[in-house]
Design a protein around this ligand. Structure first.
Ligand SMILES: NC(=O)c1ccc[n+]([C@@H]2O[C@H](COP(=O)([O-])OP(=O)(O)OC[C@H]3O[C@@H](n4cnc5c(N)ncnc54)[C@H](O)[C@@H]3O)[C@@H](O)[C@H]2O)c1
Length: 291
């Protein structure tokens, strides 16, 4: 449903594609901000995991008196989980948060372009793939934008808005309005480089930290401690890799490397072997640390 605000019609119906770590977080903060949210994933199991995570997160906010049980219940009721892609057809904004693979994202955006109304904004939560590449398979590249939220979404205050080569000012404004409605502060990436600003910075840091660790220069604990105590970072790069997922960061870094051909983004073999072995961080119980 859209609501009237003065002479403008303000978007109010959101669809989120992918109920994983990010998609469920985006659905949660949006529902809390009053959006009606359709949350779509490919299996009931993925949807159940996503909605269980949202419920558990709301419970923690309620336990800390940061949200009333009534508001949490109302927000949960605004989320409609579904495996049916057609259910997103009347959304004002669609945020895609599926795996960080261009082929998977292309499949989604092709389908969305056919399905969703012309004036809807199509956003991607990609951490590193150029928005222009994603937008290219649609007939509305001016309506495609990056809305890069951070994990854990309910806690992290940043949303990095990314302009594709053809993204319109209006689309960027709608994306900003949406992100700010969820309580986030936005930064704008004006030129669509792979990895944008934030993923380029964290990838460079994680790659160097993993190389130092791989070559035995220092332990994972000491590398992270150096960043925390030396630079005031809240979390070290290797702990960040475990939290984000070594697999997610490896994909992001590979994308940046492929695009930029800049050697500093060449991921060390250790990260590939960790992903081969399933040691992808907190999600699997083992990454640079045991969890
Ligand atoms: N993990 C992070 O910290 C983080 C931070 C910022 C951005 N991102 C980006 O957000 C996106 C999602 O990352 P994530 O960590 O939530 O991944 P995830 O693996 O936790 O979740 C991805 C979800 O997408 C679903 N999916 C796959 N194909 C689908 C389809 N065709 N339709 C609907 N759902 C589908 C999967 O079933 C899964 O539930 C990626 O582009 C990633 O780069 C991740």
């Amino acid at each position: 449903m859209s609501v009237s605000k003065g002479s403008r019609t303000v978007a109010r119906k959101l669809a989120v594609i992918g109920a994983g770590l990010m998609g469920s977080g985006i659905a949660q903060v949006s529902a809390q901000a009053g959006w009606d949210v359709v949350l779509r994933d490919v299996t009931d199991e993925a949807l159940r995991r996503g909605t269980d995570g949202i419920r558990a997160s709301f419970d923690r906010f309620v336990a800390k008196d940061r949200l009333t049980a009534e508001d949490a219940g109302a927000a949960l009721a605004r989320i409609t989980p579904t495996t049916d892609l057609d259910a997103v057809a009347d959304a004002d904004i669609v945020v895609e948060a599926v795996f960080e693979r261009l082929d998977v994202k292309h499949e989604i955006f092709r389908a969305l372009d056919k399905l969703v109304k012309d004036e809807a904004v199509l956003a991607s939560n990609t951490s590193a793939i150029p928005i222009t590449k994603i937008a290219a398979v649609t007939g509305r590249p001016e309506r495609v934008v990056g809305t890069h939220f951070f994990s854990p979404v309910p806690m992290m205050r940043l949303c990095e808005l990314v302009r594709g080569h053809k993204t319109s000012d209006e689309t960027l404004a709608t994306a900003r309005e949406f992100a700010e409605s969820t309580g986030k502060t936005c930064v704008v990436v004006n030129r669509d480089v792979a990895g944008f600003v934030t993923t380029r910075l964290i990838s460079a840091l994680v790659v160097e930290a993993a190389k130092l660790y791989e070559s035995g220069v220092a332990s994972a604990e000491d590398i992270d401690l150096a960043c925390k105590l030396g630079f005031g970072h809240a979390m070290g790069p290797l702990a960040t890799a475990d939290l984000t997922g070594v697999d997610v960061l490896l994909h992001a870094t590979e994308n940046i490397y492929t695009e930029s051909q800049d050697e500093k983004f060449a991921p060390p073999e250790l990260m590939r072997r960790m992903v081969d072995a399933g040691d992808i961080g907190r999600k699997s119980g083992q990454g640079f640390y045991k969890h």
